[in-house]
Ligand binder design. Sequence first.
Ligand SMILES: C[S@@+](CC[C@H](N)C(=O)[O-])C[C@H]1O[C@@H](n2cnc3c(N)ncnc32)[C@H](O)[C@@H]1O
Length: 228
Amino acid sequence: MTDKHPPTLPSPALLIPVNPRIENYMRSLLNKTDHPVLTAMETLARERNFPIVDRLVGAFLEVQTKSINAKRVFEFGSGYGYSAYWFAKAVGEQGLVICTDGDPLNKAQAEQFLSAASLWDTVDFYTGMAQTIFLQTEGLFDICYNDVDKGDYPEVWQMAKDRIRPGGLYIADNVLWHGRVAMTEYEDIVPGWTEAIREHNEQIFADPDFDTFINPTRDGVIVARKKT
Ligand SMILES: C[S@@+](CC[C@H](N)C(=O)[O-])C[C@H]1O[C@@H](n2cnc3c(N)ncnc32)[C@H](O)[C@@H]1O
C-alpha cells in the first residue's frame, strides 16, 4: 500500500560554526573598512539573496593577500565583484585580479561597482566557465580563490594546485557548507555538493605539498599554503 500523504519529517538543523553574536561582534570591529561601494554591494546581496563572502571573510581575504605580498590572483566565480573588491584593494595598483563568472550581467555590475571604487583597472573580468578561462591563462598565481558551484570544487582544486607559486595560497569559501560536511543526515541544496566539498577538503589536507587550515568564520574558508 502506498502512503499518499507521508508525514513530513523536520529537516535536520544545520550547524552554525561560530555563534552569530560573536560574528556580529567581530563585524562591528570592521566598521573602519566602510566604503559606500562596499555598502552598496552588501545591500544588493541582501536584496537579491546573492551569496557574497561578506565583510568578515572579505577582510580575511585582504589580510591573507597582503601577508604574502600577492600581486597576481585568479578568482573562480566572482559574482559581481565583492570578493574581488578585497583582493584588488590588497594587491594594489601594480597587481592583477583575474575574475571569472558565467553570468554576463555580473560582469556589468562588477564594472560599475569596481569602477566607482577605483579598482576596475586592477581587474580583468572574463565571462564564461572559470575552469576553461583558467586553462587559457599562463604562469603561476600568488593566490587561486575558489567560489564556484560546489560540485566543481574537487576539479578546481586539482587544476589550481599546480599553478600556485611556492609560498602562495589556495583559498576556497563554503568548505563547511553550513555544517553538512560534519553531519550524517542533511538536505543538500544540490545533490552531491556536500560529498564534493568533503572530497575537496580531504584531498587538500592529504596533499603533502600544502599546509592547510579551515577558518570556521561564516561558512568556513580553507587556506592551503604551498610549501617552499
Ligand atoms: C558564490 S557566488 C561568488 C561570490 C563572490 N566570490 C563574492 O564573494 O562576491 C558564485 C558565482 O560563481 C558563478 N559560477 C558558479 N560556477 C561557475 C563556474 N564553473 N564558472 C564560472 N562562474 C561560475 C555564479 O554565476 C555565481 O555568480
